[in-house]
Design a binder for this molecule. Structure first.
Ligand code: RB5
Length: 148
């Protein structure tokens, strides 16, 4: 398992799962860049944490990231507005594997109110272990960066 920093962020609805996944990342030997939020009681806005993730990736402070909100949907939409982010909402092991192999996703998103913590932990490990396949998928991923 590589040890480059992994950034992690959530809103209040994702705070509990973020805490669990942060512990796992540390146990796997990763440096964890925790971008907040820092409690599950204060209501906050998920786009702010997606923006913090996008900045961390852009600056090279982290190469990959984990985002959690209630559904995983809002925070992934927000993250994907940044052209260098490929964020995927994942619900199962197959999705975690294929979004690395085919989409070269650099951010995995979870719904803290949607997914069991054991499933999310399994998905995160697979996401971190799986390489991009390149080949025909590279051409398609490159097309994701086309704007306008
Ligand atoms: C917060 O209540 C909730 O709307 C947010 O966590 C997320 O699920 C939005 O997509």
């Amino acid at each position: 398992m590589p040890s480059e920093p992994v950034a992690i962020a959530s809103d209040h609805a994702g705070f509990e799962l973020k805490s669990t996944l942060s512990q796992d990342l540390r146990a796997l030997g990763f440096d964890v860049l925790d971008l907040g939020t820092h409690n599950g009681t204060e209501s906050v806005d998920y786009p702010d944490f997606a923006a913090a993730m996008a900045s961390a990736l852009a600056s090279g402070k982290a190469a990959r990231g984990v985002l959690v909100c209630g559904t995983g949907i809002g925070i992934s939409i927000a993250a994907n507005r940044h052209p260098h982010v490929r964020a995927a909402v994942v619900h199962d092991a197959l999705g975690a594997r294929l979004t690395r192999q085919h989409n070269d996703a650099n951010v995995i998103c979870f719904g803290g109110r949607m997914i069991g913590s054991e499933v999310a932990r399994d998905c995160l490990r697979i996401f971190l272990e799986t390489e991009f396949e390149g080949g025909r998928h590279l051409r398609r991923v490159q097309k994701l960066s086309v704007t306008g």
